[in-house]
Design a protein around this ligand. Structure first.
Ligand code: FAD
Length: 468
């Protein structure tokens, strides 16, 4: 009998619970991906995500072909496409791994109900989280809003599932699909060319990135993860977002590496995966938060009016604050930004510029290869001070001291804002404080910051004093 295996955000073959379940039930799997961005509500994938997706789908298809199968691509209404495929292939069952976004969760629930009503077996699995968002609850049975108790509870339930093994060959079954190029995911202007010097989308690329991390940055991860001037983190976020690797696969590999000297780094890393779990927990329980403040105190907060000129300077990395500009230029060039710098550029936007965090969240959404509704929403609300377990609004990052602390030799700044290289290192953190040097040695760089740091900070604090 035939089963459709509906790939979505689980673009891997190994340890893929939906594919595995279809095989174990004795079905011939027909792997299908349906391109339906309209069904993602206000958060259809952005440009960088689509560029990644294009390559990830190509990799998945190649991996399937190497095993005697192939990926069937379709586009249009997901329900209608599944129905058409059921009729064309005679499938008796549909398997998929869950997605947790507020737009597609109800869609999937409806599709499951309708399929079952028509006598088709419909099975959904957990392929991307360690814990279902609803499985971790407070003593009162409600959601957590604070990370530490959430994670403490989660750790008591940590049962690492055994790895599953996929057969070398998969039974093939022909079904008609469209060519990958017709989905229009790859950029038409080649703005992504340089991305691929940094990334290899797909399951093989994900496994290789994990090996590189284990042999390299894992050693000293806890100390180095905050330093943007080096590769101090795993760079697995886009692979995790697209499900090219699962958190359990990572945890199993890390557990195999345990030793007294590595314990701290391994636990520190798994705790970061815990933040990802927490963000999905929040998104599930507070589905309004991609657009609305989680903390109602901010309902009437006086954000500044949207300022297109300022926002554009921020997006293009021309604010005159070097660490902020470096971060936004890294983002534009690579589709990625270091976590510490994400916090700094976000704080500058929400606090010094007093622009609503959604302006920043939307820009990240379009430009990050790891854009992820749960993580991005939590990240922005956390920095803005409007979210769960947030930094208090009045704790305002000073971008200059942040860069002196975390990029002490200005290596990161100089890499992404090379026009500051002629300045002495000490002057690269706040070049406006050395006006004659700046004018002489880096005349192309803004002479003063977009927002005066002290005045911006005061204005943000004054606005905060007026909230609820
Ligand atoms: P590592 O340090 O190697 O961490 C391993 C994994 O743990 C990451 O891949 C990620 O899945 C998870 N993780 C680490 N830190 C966090 C965190 N703070 N919150 C949630 N999960 C985390 N991450 C995204 O994946 N997508 C986003 O759209 C996103 N937007 C963000 C926006 C803002 C304003 C901020 C402050 C953070 C955002 N993050 C986002 C979280 C974090 O910056 C990235 O996950 C991290 O930089 C990815 O690099 P890495 O894989 O090398 O991280």
């Amino acid at each position: 009998s035939v089963a459709l295996v509906w790939f979505r955000r689980d673009l891997r073959l190994q340890d893929n619970p939906a594919l595995q379940a279809a095989l174990e039930a004795g079905h011939t799997p027909v792997p299908v991906y349906i391109h339906a961005p309209d069904e993602e509500g206000a958060w259809a994938p952005g440009g960088a995500s689509n560029a990644w997706l294009h390559r990830s789908l190509a990799a998945l298809d190649a991996d399937l072909r190497a095993r005697g199968s192939a990926l069937v691509l379709r586009q249009g209404d997901s329900r209608a496409q599944l129905q058409a495929l059921i009729e064309e292939t005679g499938a008796e069952a549909v398997y998929w791994n869950r997605k947790y976004e507020p737009a597609t969760q109800p869609r999937d629930a409806r599709i499951k109900r309708e399929l079952r009503e028509q006598g088709i077996e419909a099975t959904s699995c957990n392929g991307s989280l360690m814990f279902e968002p609803w499985d971790i609850a407070t003593l009162q049975g409600g959601p957590y809003k604070v990370f530490t108790p959430f994670w403490r509870n989660a750790l008591t339930r940590m049962n690492i599932p055994a790895a599953t093994r996929l057969p070398q060959t998969l039974p093939g079954h022909a079904a008609e699909g469209v060519a990958l190029n017709t989905l229009g995911l790859a950029p038409t202007l080649d703005w992504d060319t340089h991305f691929w010097e940094h990334w290899q989308p797909g399951e093989t690329g994900a496994q290789e990135a994990l090996s590189v991390f284990i042999d390299g940055a894992l050693n000293g991860y806890r100390q180095q993860r905050d330093l943007p001037d080096r590769v101090g983190t795993s760079l697995l976020s886009p692979h995790l977002h697209f499900g090219e690797i699962s958190p359990w696969q990572i945890v199993r590999r890390l557990e195999a590496e345990r030793s007294a000297s590595r314990d701290g780094d391994i636990d520190g890393y798994i705790r970061e995966l815990g933040w990802r779990e927490f963000s999905y927990h929040l998104l599930h329980h507070f589905p309004q938060t991609p657009e609305q403040n989680l903390n109602p105190r901010f309902a009437n907060f006086s954000w500044a009016k949207p300022n297109a000129t300022q926002l554009q300077a921020w997006q293009q990395g021309r604010t005159g604050v070097p660490i902020v500009d470096a971060g936004l230029r890294e983002l534009w060039a690579t589709g990625y930004m270091h976590n510490r710098v994400r916090m700094i550029v976000a704080s500058f936007l929400c606090k010094h510029m007093r622009q609503h965090w959604l302006h920043g969240a939307r820009w990240f959404w379009d430009t990050l290869v790891d854009a992820d509704l749960a993580n991005n929403t939590m990240g922005w609300q956390w920095v803005a001070g409007t979210g769960a377990d947030a930094a208090p609004y009045f704790r305002i990052f000073n971008p200059v001291t942040q860069s002196q602390k975390f990029d002490p030799h200005a290596r990161y700044i100089t890499r992404w804002v090379p026009e500051l290289a002629p300045l002495p290192v000490k002057a690269r953190f706040a070049p406006w404080q050395s006006p004659s040097l700046l004018a002489e040695l880096a005349p192309g760089y803004p002479a003063v910051p977009l927002v005066d740091l002290a005045a911006g900070r005061e204005a943000a604090l004054a606005a905060y004093r007026h909230t609820g």
